[in-house]
Design a protein around this ligand. Structure first.
Ligand code: V47
Length: 386
């Protein structure tokens, strides 16, 4: 067998890259030069037999951008309803209105839920739910107004592009009008859910009744145009292939070139238990780490890549901090979407647990607010550095 020359990019003694995978040589050159990777480069990163070299390159970019810093936040998830008309095959959380286990919180109940949990003051409410056929936009506007009244210092990151498009259709408003109303009510930014995989072929199988990929992107564009930041997720490990994943990231990258409104890319591994796709296998730790790495390398215009500990376990999330991730999400307190789909992770972690995970991985923990400003704590209160 022909032996390949070893490739080196030795810009400093701490950073020297070696691989026997020739396809990675040109990619490494581009990474060193800060050049954009192509669609084919993305596919090559997924297919490279040199998994560690892919991780090394992503780590190089991560350290160039953030050094050792790893972000986390003190947040609380609130899922006001699990009633959903979409019946996505990927989902174990949504229920028909009259199905066992279906719930919808009264507003008082949701506000009360927001106050429950750890005593540490949360800096963010993360609010997502099902597409309820009977709840009006006013329910969600009142929910947000009530939270702002009771917790004025807490950032409200609420409603995916899928929910926003659904609210708009039900209220017979444009998406722009709907986002403006949500913003006026107190929504500060939007989470990244519902993106799944943009390719139609895949979407027809895993979430046929959701808005399509182009509508998700159009809605995000409007959110950004109205001055709100949002995140972007990608659900992998089901029926998609390498090209579908690269296509998803390239479409996100292209919108980000236009708006700059995305903060964080969050790859989410599919959890098949209790879904209509429960014959599929869960992803392995190696797949999860490679996905973080490819995300970091392809999405050169995203400031952050999150290794969501709830989804990938705290142990793999720690390793992900050496494969391109600079964020592990937050305390969460109460998680439903992944736990309905069989996740074995705890419901929440304390601030001190998150700091320990990050420190033990050799990184420097920084508590952030949702907009990545650093948070200083004193007793039960916090201030945000501006
Ligand atoms: O959109 C649903 C995914 C997402 C399953 O923006 C599933 O900071 C795996 O978007 N197996 C919701 N995944 C979670 C989400 C999120 C999480 C953390 C932080 C942020 C953020 C966003 O979960 C859904 C869907 O893509 N999902 N069912 C499942 N069975």
């Amino acid at each position: 067998m022909e032996t390949q020359p070893q490739f080196r990019v030795a810009s400093s003694p701490r950073h020297s890259f070696q691989t026997d995978d020739r396809r990675l040589h040109a990619i490494a050159e581009k990474v060193e030069a800060g050049e954009r990777l192509s669609f084919d480069d993305g596919v090559a990163l997924y297919r490279s037999p040199d998994f560690l070299a892919v991780g090394w390159l992503a780590n190089r970019v991560r350290e160039r951008m953030h050094g050792d810093i790893t972000y986390f936040n003190v947040n609380r998830h609130i899922n006001p309803t699990n009633v959903c008309v979409a019946a996505c095959r990927l989902c174990a959380f949504g229920r028909r209105k009259d199905a066992p286990g279906a719930y919808t919180m009264a507003l008082e109940q949701a506000w009360q839920r927001a106050a429950e949990g750890y005593s540490e003051a949360v800096t963010e409410f993360h609010i997502v739910g099902g597409l309820h056929p009977d709840l009006s936009l006013d329910y969600f506007l009142d929910l947000v107004r009530g939270l702002k009244e009771r917790f004025p210092q807490v950032h409200i990151k609420a409603f995916t592009m899928v929910e926003i498009a659904f609210f708009a259709r039900r209220a017979k408003l444009s998406v722009r009008e709907t986002v403006q109303k949500l913003k006026d009510a107190g929504v500060d930014s939007m989470p990244g859910g519902g993106a799944e995989i943009f390719a139609d072929r895949v979407r027809h199988i895993i979430c046929d009744h959701k808005i399509d990929g182009s509508e998700w992107l159009d809605t995000a564009r409007i959110v950004h145009e109205l001055g709100l930041r949002s995140n972007a997720t990608m659900l992998y490990g089901h029926v998609e292939n390498d090209e579908d994943r690269v296509d998803h990231m390239v479409r996100l990258r292209s919108l980000q070139d236009d708006t700059g409104g995305f903060q964080t890319f969050i790859p989410l591994s599919f959890h098949p238990a209790n879904t209509a796709l429960d014959h599929l296998r869960t992803t392995t730790g190696l797949t999860d780490l490679r996905q973080i790495a490819v995300g970091r390398l392809m999405l050169d215009n995203f400031a952050h890549v999150k290794a969501y500990w709830q989804m990938m376990t705290d142990k793999i999330a720690q390793i992900a901090l050496r494969f391109g991730a600079d964020d592990i999400d937050g305390t969460v307190i109460e998680e439903k979407i992944y736990h309905d789909a069989g996740a074995q992770t705890p419901q929440g972690l304390r601030r001190s647990d998150l700091m320990r995970l990050i420190t033990a991985a050799g990184r420097t923990p920084v508590e952030r607010d949702t907009l990545y400003r650093s948070v200083e704590r004193s007793g039960d209160t916090f201030t945000v550095a501006v």
